[in-house]
Design a protein around this ligand. Structure first.
Ligand code: ADP
Ligand code: MG
Length: 311
């Protein structure tokens, strides 16, 4: 690929963690009930994500690797009502530009599946093969053609920790799905699938979470708190199922909880047209139409959880 493409790829794909995030989002968008992630050497040698989702039609495999090819948006207006996690049509093209990528997939309505292999953005094989319904994406030798970036990858154990944290967080919002992580053949994390986010949090935290709900003018939030003195002080925010980072929402929780600490998970539901997720290539920052309402909703929600949890 050209330098320009490699730079563009680097914006979305910084490290194995970003590959896992994007592939996991694709599996979730495909309606998978089960997603398994396998790493070797912290993802430096290979990252495999396997799902039982809808699959990719054989003839669409080359298209899926093309920049701005997304099956998730039909018109510009759709951009303002985005519900799926992916929509930029950039992830697979970016990963493909900087690795050796292999996809095996089959859609329910097709008898045979398909295999596509690309190296550094060039398709080297596209053929029909048998495959169960669903998709396996394998990414090998990440950044083999960007040696400077490959050299500065974090240690495998640090990368596995971050990826494990990502999957743990995603298991809260995808509580009903089975999500597994293994590293060099060893099971690192498994969420067997639960009835509720609260059950998933109980599994993760090893304590019974305090729970609260708050609504205000079409906005709603659901909060879970590990309780005072529990956890590591992680704050985790989801907006319409998407994990986001937002300093102002952190402040809303910290303002309410003061020195009590504990882990928090906040699920915000906002009308899709009131949240712009197209702010940053990694889609982890968003812009709200009514930021102050969202802040006060979360702040009041946290106070009510603490009040209930301490009382
Ligand atoms: P985006 O997710 O933004 O649409 P991607 O580059 O991540 O773009 O994926 C491109 C397309 O490939 C998706 O729109 C989808 O149609 C298809 N795709 C990728 N991964 C999967 C998967 N695991 N299951 C089904 N379809 C997939
Ligand atoms: Mg995607």
């Amino acid at each position: 690929p050209e330098v320009r493409e490699k730079i563009a790829a680097g914006e979305v794909i910084e490290r194995p963690l970003s590959v896992v995030k994007e592939l996991l989002e694709n599996s979730l968008d495909a309606g998978a009930k089960r997603v398994s992630v396998a790493l070797s050497q912290g993802g430096k040698t290979s990252i495999t994500v396997e799902d039982d989702g809808s699959g990719i039609p054989f003839e669409d495999l080359p298209l899926a690797l093309t920049r701005h090819a997304t099956s998730k948006i039909r018109s510009v207006d759709d951009l303002y009502g985005i519900r799926s996690l992916g929509f930029r049509g950039e992830a697979l093209a970016s990963i493909c530009a900087v690795s050796r990528l292999e996809i095996r997939s089959r859609r329910m309505d097709q008898e045979l599946g398909g295999l596509i292999i690309a190296e550094g953005g060039e398709i080297v094989l596209h053929e029909r093969v048998p495959h169960p319904v669903g998709t396996v994406v394998k990414v090998e030798e990440l950044f083999f053609n960007l040696p400077a970036r490959r050299k500065f990858l974090k240690s495998p154990s640090a990368e596995v920790r971050r990826i494990s944290q990502l999957l743990q967080e995603m298991s809260l919002v995808n509580f009903h799905r089975r999500i597994q992580l293994s590293s060099d053949g060893r099971r690192v994390f498994e969420s067997p699938g639960f009835e509720s986010p609260r059950d998933a949090a109980r599994h993760l935290w090893g304590c019974d979470p305090k729970e609260g709900f708050m609504d205000h003018q079409g906005l709603s939030c659901h909060l879970l708190w590990s309780g005072s003195g529990e956890g590591r002080g992680n704050l985790c925010f989801f907006v319409n199922g998407r994990r986001i980072h937002d300093p102002s929402l952190r402040a809303a929780i910290q303002g309410a909880s003061g020195t009590l600490g504990g882990d928090w998970v906040v699920f915000l539901v906002v009308p899709p047209e009131e949240v712009d997720v197209n702010v940053h290539p990694t889609k982890s920052e968003v812009r709200f139409k009514r930021p102050r309402d969202v802040f006060s909703l979360v702040h009041r929600g946290a106070l009510s959880v603490i009040g209930g949890g301490l009382g």
